[in-house]
Write a protein that binds this ligand. Sequence first.
Ligand code: HEM
Length: 376
Amino acid sequence: MALIGAACTLELLSSHKINSFKPMRREEVGLFIKSFEEAARAGAAVDVSAKVALLSADMSCRMVFGKKYMDKDLDERGFKAMFQEVMQLAATPNIGDYIPCLLGLDLQGLTRRTKATGKVFDDFFEKIIDEHIHNPKEEGQTKDLVDVMLVLMGSEGTGYNIERASIKAISFDMLAGSMETSSSSIDWAVAELIRHPRVMKKVQSELEKVVGMERMVEESDLESLEYLNMVVKETLRLYPAGPLLVPHESMEDCTVNGFYIPQKSRIIVNAWAIGRDPDSWTNADEFLPERFIEGDIDFRGKHFQYISFGSGRRGCPGMELGITVVRFVVAQLVHCFDWELPDGMLPSELNMTEEFGLAIPRAKHLVAIPTYRLRQ
Ligand code: HEM
């Protein structure tokens, strides 16, 4: 099931499928930018982090389910709170894993809470699958990922023996994998740009040259935005959205750097520490996109000092989509607006504390004042 899931996820996130959602991303990012314009006219401060989180949730829901859901459609606590609960449960070490005789006692209440949240998600996904079965898409309508999985479920010989339970599990992985990763990376990138006016200016001049001041950024511009790409790389080096990747397991006995690792050990890889290792990076804690001008370090996990998307078979299947979304939204935010901090706060005073867990969001939301830059 895990292998079918992984292979199917890769298929669902192929370049072809990702491209089919391009018009949806354009529309959502357009609405998102519009939502800042009023604040820009009024010179008011906006909670950028909250808006980016909402954009990311909306785009993920439209890609997986074909439509946006309101917070309360999942549970009265809302989408974000429910996903945070799952992330927290997954990140909390269970005493029972270390002292097996305590497992059944569930001293921390983890099993009980996991079952309760699991049931909320299960009911939600059941409803969505039923809706999709009863209202199939018409010819010419873009198929969302649940539609695609239902086709795979109903067809022989696709290589994916996918069942209803797999559809629910994969839908969950897609949402969990895409929502907070992209939004926290966008947040960090914009915060670092505000903290580094020199870098911000350089990105904006590149945008002026490539895109011009008469229109917004299109996804097709991204390839030509070399400096922006370095900014995104540098952001993910310092703030890898999965700081400890996902837990891996050694398939056989092995020795790494002189450490013997027996078969079936649970391996936690600290990508955050690797990205800031002074043995691999000069001025490791500094935000310096130019470090990527030389050399050929990319996102693909072949250079082990840079593994923000993991590496190898279990590396992130959503990498291409994640990079596209982060580049596109960051580009749009700094092309359409100049940004200032509220209450006369200096860029150097911006709070950059991280909340460390399975993901790495900002501890304090980024709040800033936009000023519209494009010629109307
Ligand atoms: C900036 C954006 C993103 C970052 C930094 C990121 C990072 C990661 C990392 C570090 C892992 C663990 C890899 C490992 O342990 O080797 C992972 C796994 C995963 N990611 Fe992403 N991701 C991003 C976006 C996405 C998106 C957009 C999706 C889906 C739509 C996605 C879906 C997944 C899934 C399903 C897994 C689990 C793969 C498995 O267990 O085999 N990710 N991601």
